[in-house]
Write a protein that binds this ligand. Structure first.
Ligand SMILES: [Zn+2]
Length: 79
């Protein structure tokens, strides 16, 4: 691949992203649709094989914690 072919490929990828078509090997967040780039958006694969960004992942995690707060430890007394 020469520089002209590389630039054409990058341009094609950007056009595809504008049309919500992802280049091969790239995932989009299943919740918000953001194209995932590990260093910028996070890329968390869930147990069902879907991928979500870190914002959506922690938002969902926070909702679960609000619904099911972590209880304080209970001390058990032994006699
Ligand atoms: Zn997201």
């Amino acid at each position: 691949m020469n520089i002209a072919e590389f630039k054409a490929a990058v341009k094609a990828d950007r056009e595809a992203l504008k049309n919500n078509q992802l280049p091969a090997g790239m995932f989009a967040c299943t919740d918000c649709g953001t194209p995932l780039q590990e260093a910028f958006t996070g890329n968390r694969e869930l147990a069902d094989g879907s991928h979500v960004c870190s914002d959506c992942y922690f938002e969902a995690f926070g909702r679960e914690l609000d619904a099911h707060p972590i209880a304080a430890l209970r001390l058990r007394q032994f006699r």
